[in-house]
Design a binder for this molecule. Structure first.
Ligand code: EPZ
Length: 425
C-alpha cells in the first residue's frame, strides 16, 4: 500500500518551482479535442488526473503525442467516438468536460455520470441547465448522460450557484454554438481565464472570463494552437502553508502572486512574512503565529482547495480560529486524522473551531482526499516523531513529485510501497 513515512521537525529552507495548474489543464485538455488540427500544450503538470485525461482523449480516437512530461500534442481530427468509457469517469470526475467539448464540436456526447466524492455530493444540475439552454437534449439513463443537439444556439444563462465546472463546460459548448451566449454568475477562478484564453487562441470569441459575466460569440470551427498553462495556485498555496506551519523559509517560484492574494493575506494576518516578487513569493514562518478566521469562497475569496492546508496551519497558531467551509458540504473529514496528531479541533456542520497547540505528535493517518492529504503531510512535517500517511494515491492525483520537492527543502519524507516498512529508517 502506497504511503509516506515522515520524520517531523526538520527545518524547511530553500526553493521550490511550481508546476502547471491541474484544474486549468483538465479543462484545456478537453477543449483541445475541439480542433481538427495540432494543438501543442506546454507546462501541463505530470500528475495522475492529467494522465488519465490524456488516456481518455486517446481512447475516443484523438491523436495524443506526449512530447515530454510537461508537453503534449493533441489532434482531434481522428476522433471516432463521442462516448467516454465509464472507467475514465470512475477515475477522474473532470471527464465530464468531454460533454461540453464533444457537444460543442459534434453536437453529441455520451459520458458516464460523475459520482459524488469524499468532499460532497457534487451535482451537475448547472451543467445540464446550461447545455439545455443552448438547445441540447439531455437523457440520463443507466448511469450515463447522453446529449444531442440538431444545432446549438446562443442563450442567456444564469447559474444558480457559482460553479467552476459548469462555467468551463458551458463555455466550451457555447464557443461553437450559433450566436451569442451570456453566462451570468460565472465562476472567476484563474483556471477559468486560462481555459478561455486557450479557446480564444484556437479562434473562439470569449470575453469577460475572470468576471461574473462571460460573453461568447460562437464560431463554426476552432483551429490548432500552441499554449502554456498557468502555474498552479493551489500547489503554490500548499507550499506557502508548509513554510508557515513548519517555521520554514521557502522561495516558491513560477507563481502569479495575484492568484495567491487571499492566501498571502491570511498568512500575513497570522504573523508570517510573505515577500512578493514578479513570479515568486517567499514565505518565512513566524516563531509564533496568531489565530484568525477563514471562510472559503469562490475566487477571489479564499479557495476551498486551500481549506485543509490553512486549517492545519491555524491548528499551530496561538488562540482560537474559526474555519468556515462554504463551498462543499463534507470537507472536514481530515479533522479526525488531525486530532489523532493532537490537534484541538471541533467541527459543527460546515464550521471548524480550532484551538492552537504548540506541536503535533506523529501518528499513523490516512488521507481522505487530495487536498486533505497534502495538509496532513504538512502536519506530519511539523510533528514531533514519525508519521505514516496512507491513501497517498489521492496526493499523486494533483501534486507532481511532492516528496521530491519536500526532500529538496530539507523535509524528511519517504515514499514507501511496502506495508512491512513503518519506520523512517
Ligand atoms: C472544481 O470542482 C475543482 N476541480 C475543485 O478542485 C474545486 O474544489 C472546485 O472547482 C471549487 O473551486 C476541478 O477543477 C477538476 P464547482 P467543480 O462546480 O467544478 C455546487 C481539487 O482539489 N454545484 O465549482 O466540481 C457544488 O456542489 C478539486 O483540485 C452545484 O450545485 O466545483 C459545490 O458546492 C477538489 N451544481 C459548488 O457548486 C452544479 O451543477 C462548487 O462546485 C455544479 C456545482
Amino acid at each position: 500500500m502506497e504511503q509516506y513515512i515522515i520524520k517531523g521537525g526538520a527545518e524547511l529552507k530553500g526553493e521550490v518551482t511550481i508546476d502547471g495548474a491541474k484544474n486549468a489543464a483538465l479543462g484545456i485538455l478537453a477543449a483541445a479535442i475541439m480542433a481538427d488540427e495540432d494543438v501543442l500544450i506546454e507546462n501541463i503538470p505530470n500528475v495522475n488526473d492529467v494522465n488519465v485525461m490524456l488516456e481518455a482523449i486517446a481512447h475516443i480516437g484523438a491523436k495524443v503525442e506526449r512530447i515530454d512530461a510537461h508537453t503534449v500534442r493533441i489532434n482531434g481530427a481522428a476522433i471516432t467516438s463521442c462516448e467516454v468509457d465509464d472507467d475514465f469517469m470512475r477515475r477522474i470526475r473532470a471527464s465530464y468536460y468531454f460533454i461540453g467539448a464533444l457537444l460543442g464540436k459534434y453536437k453529441n456526447a455520451k459520458v458516464p455520470l460523475p459520482g459524488g466524492c469524499a468532499i460532497g455530493a457534487r451535482p451537475i444540475d448547472q451543467h445540464i441547465k446550461g447545455f439545455e439552454a443552448l438547445g441540447a437534449k439531455i437523457d440520463i439513463k443507466g448511469g450515463y448522460l447522453s446529449t444531442t443537439a440538431a444545432r446549438l444556439k446562443g442563450a442567456h444563462i444564469y447559474f444558480d450557484v457559482v460553479t467552476v465546472g459548469a462555467t468551463i463546460n458551458v463555455m466550451m459548448a457555447a464557443s461553437m454554438a450559433e450566436g451569442q451566449t451570456i453566462i451570468e454568475n460565472a465562476a472567476r477562478e484563474p483556471h477559468i481565464v486560462d481555459v478561455a484564453n486557450f479557446l480564444n487562441s484556437m479562434g473562439a470569441k470569449i470575453k469577460g472570463a475572470g468576471t461574473d459575466t462571460i460573453r461568447i460569440n460562437g464560431v463554426s470551427k476552432l483551429h490548432g494552437t500552441q499554449y502554456a498553462i498557468i502555474p498552479d495556485q493551489i500547489e503554490a498555496g500548499t507550499f506557502m502553508c508548509m513554510a508557515a506551519a513548519c517555521r520554514g523559509d521557502i522561495l516558491i517560484k513560477n507563481v502569479i502572486p495575484k492568484h495567491l492574494e487571499s492566501i498571502t493575506a491570511k498568512l500575513t494576518e497570522m504573523g508570517n512574512t510573505v515577500q512578493e516578487y514578479d513570479e515568486a513569493v517567499r514565505v518565512i514562518g513566524a516563531e509564533k503565529q496568531r489565530h484568525t478566521d477563514v471562510k472559503t469562497l469562490p475566487y477571489p475569496g479564499f479557495p476551498t482547495d486551500m481549506q485543509p492546508q490553512i486549517a492545519v496551519t491555524l491548528a499551530l497558531a496561538e488562540g482560537a480560529s474559526i474555519v468556515t467551509e462554504s463551498i462543499f458540504e463534507n470537507r472536514f473529514k481530515y479533522v479526525e486524522e488531525l486530532r489523532r496528531m493532537g490537534a484541538e479541533v471541533r467541527v459543527e456542520r460546515n464550521v471548524a473551531v480550532i484551538d492552537g497547540i504548540e506541536r503535533f505528535s506523529g501518528a499513523s493517518i490516512s488521507a481522505p482526499d487530495l487536498r486533505a492529504g497534502a495538509a496532513l503531510v504538512i502536519a506530519a512535517l511539523q510533528a514531533d516523531g514519525i508519521s505514516s500517511i496512507d491513501g497517498i494515491g489521492y496526493i499523486k492525483r494533483g501534486y507532481e513529485d511532492f516528496e521530491k520537492k519536500i526532500t529538496a527543502l530539507g523535509g524528511k519524507i519517504k515514499y514507501i510501497n511496502d506495508p512491512n516498512i513503518t519506520e523512517y529508517a
